[in-house]
Ligand binder design. Structure first.
Ligand code: IFM
Length: 459
């Protein structure tokens, strides 16, 4: 086992996907339209006009995908449930055919000896709710709580691990401020209201999961390791704003039951003049978690950027109050993301230093890389860069655990090449290649590597 980092007994190895990125069958069995259907079908929004209409056709091919998971040897599979399959217009009674699909998926996983880990929301909001205001309005959080109850009642006995939201930062800020994700809005307070209502929705979903008696419930955040470009006052102040928007806006209410002390400094009257925070919200949001899910990919070097007073949308967006600059001298993935495994260790140990015993056990619910894979004449898929990324990041994870961070599991992103949102199908994150013309699946070298790592922990 020498080439592999060694994890303690009971550590969970898994693989992750998300509904809109792999399922396809966008109009089947009563599924309603989501904001990602609308967004991807709007000309100019996604690279090449790609949509999730067919994706990996997992809706029909899930038995084959579960067989690949079983051969891989993972203990757990993280997938997400498409809200518009359960409630096509976001409210009211459940669509039985939608529930049946996830019931079949869960039963097949259990038969294969794989623990299901379900995410309730990985960005596919029913379009009907967006038409009524989306995450800008509190009603969406309330509907989310109802949807969570329906799903938890039907699947709670068979799914041991539940994640309320995946990366709410993307939903709020990419969706309502930067406009690079659905619904593609560029607003000021819209994004801040969305962030708060996502947190309220998380709290209501936690209540629903607790009422159904599920074994473990938590949330997944994509926290950032923000590194100042220089030690200048301006760049250090930009890091405070970046930390507030990317990290503290979530971790402070969830783990400490308070709003970030730096939110006024970061957003000024856009936050102070708001009225979406209500009494009792912090108690709801900060209820105990069984685990915190963390998705990690890369560090971000932050430099101050000129402030554009004229555009309130950009005042809350990532791209304006600070600029993400180059990370010199390191390899970059196909996403252009710098490969800096130590920053994974730093992120986790810093979180532990900040929150101490208030930090629940952690699951790494996503980690992986998009690479330029090579397909040989024999059809084999060579992805040495991904193997190296996984090896170095699992080693960095183990270093954080050795430094005292309680990490219980790791899910590679992703099981399959899939629809990478606005970037379409050109970016491949899978440890299994998908030929989108034939839907043929081919395990890559990284799949074999991960399979051996898992096997080494079992022997
Ligand atoms: O593909 C996404 C996923 O949906 C959420 N986390 C980051 C991944 C890679 O960009």
């Amino acid at each position: 086992m020498s080439e592999f980092p060694a994890f303690p007994p009971g550590f969970v190895f898994g693989a992750a996907t998300a509904s809109y990125q792999i399922e396809g069958a966008a109009q089947e069995d009563g599924r309603g339209p989501s904001i990602w259907d609308t967004y991807s079908h709007t000309p100019g929004r996604t690279d090449g006009g790609d949509t999730g209409d067919v994706a990996c056709d997992h809706y029909h091919r899930y038995p084959e995908d579960i067989a690949l998971l079983r051969d891989l040897g993972v203990e757990s599979y993280r997938f997400s449930i498409a809200w518009p399959r359960i409630q096509p217009d976001g409210s009211g009674p459940a669509n039985q055919k939608g529930l049946d699909f996830y019931s079949r998926l869960v039963d097949s996983l259990l038969e294969a000896g794989i623990e299901p880990a379900a995410t309730l929301y990985h960005w596919d909001l029913p379009q009907a709710l967006e038409d009524r205001g989306g995450w800008r309005v509190r009603e969406t959080a309330e509907r989310f709580g109802e949807y969570a109850s329906i799903v938890a009642e039907h699947l709670g006995d068979r799914v041991p691990r539940w994640i309320t939201l995946n990366e709410p930062w993307c939903s709020a800020f990419l969706g309502y401020s930067v406009g690079r994700h659905a619904p593609g809005a560029k607003e000021g307070t819209g994004a801040l209201a969305a962030a708060h209502h996502l947190l309220v929705g998380h709290g209501l979903a936690m209540n629903a999961l607790r009422a159904a008696g599920v074994r473990e419930a938590g949330i997944t955040l994509n926290l950032d390791r923000n590194v100042p470009a220089t030690e200048s006052d301006a760049d250090l102040a930009a890091v405070v704003r970046a930390d507030t928007q990317h990290n503290l806006v979530w971790t402070e209410p969830i783990l400490a039951g308070r709003y970030p002390a730096t939110d006024e400094e970061t957003w000024g009257e856009l936050i102070t003049a708001q009225d979406f925070r209500r009494e009792g919200d912090l108690e709801l949001i900060s209820q105990p978690l069984d685990f915190l899910g963390i998705n990690y990919y890369r560090p971000i070097v932050v430099a101050a950027a000129p402030y554009r007073e004229a555009d309130p949308a950009l005042r809350v967006a990532t791209d304006n109050r600070y600029t993400e600059t180059e990370y010199p001298g390191v390899r970059r993935t196909a996403m252009g993301w710098p490969v800096v495994p130590e920053s994974f260790t730093d992120l986790l140990t810093a979180l532990k230093r900040t929150y101490g015993d208030a930090l629940p056990p952690v699951h790494i619910t996503e980690n992986g890389s998009a690479e330029f894979d090579t397909v040989g004449p024999d059809g084999a898929v060579r992805d040495a860069d991904r193997v190296s990324y996984l090896q170095s990041h699992l080693t960095a994870l183990k270093a954080a655990m050795d430094a005292g961070v309680d990490v219980r599991g790791y899910y590679v992103w992703s099981l399959l090449d899939n629809f990478e949102w606005a970037l379409g199908y050109a970016k491949r994150f899978g440890i299994i290649r998908v030929d989108y013309d034939t839907q043929e699946r081919t395990p890559k070298d990284s799949y074999r590597w991960y399979q051996q790592l898992i096997a080494a922990h079992r022997s």
